[in-house]
Ligand binder design. Structure first.
Ligand code: MUC
Ligand code: MG
Length: 366
């Protein structure tokens, strides 16, 4: 079996409401569907979300990187030779979500070829994982109401609050969400690099008072002394996200004492490199969170397969709910019931593309 075609199809879907966080505000999901087809007609899919504020990629750059560099490098390769695919792309820097979506789509092909789910191929530790709901920045009262709505509608018990814009508003948001949810819920925060180190340290008493369990990327990702200061001072563990875009960065950030936990996002490291990151973290005794790249349903299914595959990745809540922010989608994700998502148990990742919807939302045709 050989990889015969790699296609990159940009599509845009409006969000139900804007997602505001420290980097800015998104009002549309501008993603790219990656489709890998083999010479015997097996088709694998995955999604690359354009996140210029994190990786410098745009929809256009993802399509260009796949068409110009990644597809030519992998065409003709046996999809089972995942290490050869990875090695053939070692010279290509950045382009994280472009290369990861190709890796995920190849895994989807393998699952379909073998009649096994990717979740089984990766490790099949458990069938379902607790889901985290991300509460984007709004007026704090609205953030509290949103947390209650998601708890009541889906039974979700773990919430991540977007902070990092203004410590005064962030303080109010933490207090409002905690008082809305009471003591039973887990709450952590993501500042998306928005605080200075002294702001982060000044906020520690509020975070302790409101029972915050993790502080995600409090300060700029590449300010080593600031990061070491915060992680060394905080009694609450620091979760690395934008600072750990690949395996070597995970090793550096953890060993340099910049973070105690690592966010693994399959949208940025595929399954192949994410599995190495999970192994590295297990060996170092570093906890992991399966994070969201603000993915649609395709990304949620991919992250679910990975999160449920290992003890370490299913121990904490996984950020699998962002697709609920999209007004529509080109595939469906499993329902969130009693706060959990269950693997679909079908060959591959479990993605079924709704072709009429793809035709409607794709933005490369008139
Ligand atoms: C998140 O919660 O981390 C925002 C920036 C980024 O890199 O990912 C998103 C989601
Ligand atoms: Mg984050």
């Amino acid at each position: 079996m050989k990889i015969a075609a790699v296609e990159a199809i940009p599509f845009s879907i409006p969000l139900r409401r804007p997602s505001a966080f420290a980097h800015g505000t998104l009002s549309r999901a501008d993603h790219v569907l990656v489709r890998v087809t083999t010479d015997d007609g097996i088709v694998g899919h995955a999604e690359a979300p354009a996140r210029p504020f994190t990786y410098g990629e745009s929809q256009e750059s993802i399509v260009k990187a796949i068409d110009s560099w990644i597809a030519p490098a992998v065409l003709g390769t046996d999809p089972f030779a995942r290490e050869r695919v990875r090695d053939s792309l070692r010279w290509l820097r950045y382009n994280h979500t472009a290369r990861s979506a190709v890796d995920l789509a190849i895994w989807d092909v393998l699952g379909k070829a073998l009649g096994k789910s990717c979740h089984q191929l990766l490790g099949a530790f458990t069938e379902s994982v607790p889901v985290v709901h991300i509460i984007f920045a709004e007026v704090p009262e609205a953030m509290g109401e949103e947390a209650l709505r998601m708890r009541d509608r889906h039974g979700i018990g773990i919430f991540k609050i977007k902070t990092g814009k203004d410590p005064v508003v962030d303080t109010k948001a933490m207090r409002t969400v905690r008082s809305a949810l009471g003591d039973g819920a887990e709450i952590y925060v993501d500042a998306n690099k928005g605080w200075t180190p002294d702001e982060a340290i000044r906020l520690l008493p509020v975070m302790q008072e409101t029972g915050i369990t993790m502080i995600e990327e409090p300060t700029p990702a590449f300010h080593p002394l600031a990061r070491r200061w915060v992680a060394g001072t905080s009694p609450i563990p620091v979760l690395a996200d934008e600072s750990v875009t690949r395996l070597g960065e995970v090793a550096r950030e953890v060993l340099d004492g910049h973070a105690q936990l690592v966010s693994i996002k399959v949208a940025r490291t595929g399954f192949t490199e994410s599995a190495r990151i999970a192994g590295l973290c297990e060996g170092l005794g570093t906890g992991v969170v399966v994070g969201s790249q603000m993915d649609g349903a395709l990304g949620a299914l991919s992250a679910l397969a990975f999160a449920a595959a290992y003890p370490g990745t299913s121990k904490r809540g996984a950020e699998l709910g962002y697709h609920l922010e999209l007004a529509d989608d080109i595939a469906a994700a499993p329902a969130i019931e009693h706060g959990r998502m269950t693997v679909p148990g079908v060959p591959g990742i479990g993605i079924e593309i709704d072709e009429p919807k793809l035709q409607h939302y794709r933005c490369d045709q008139d």
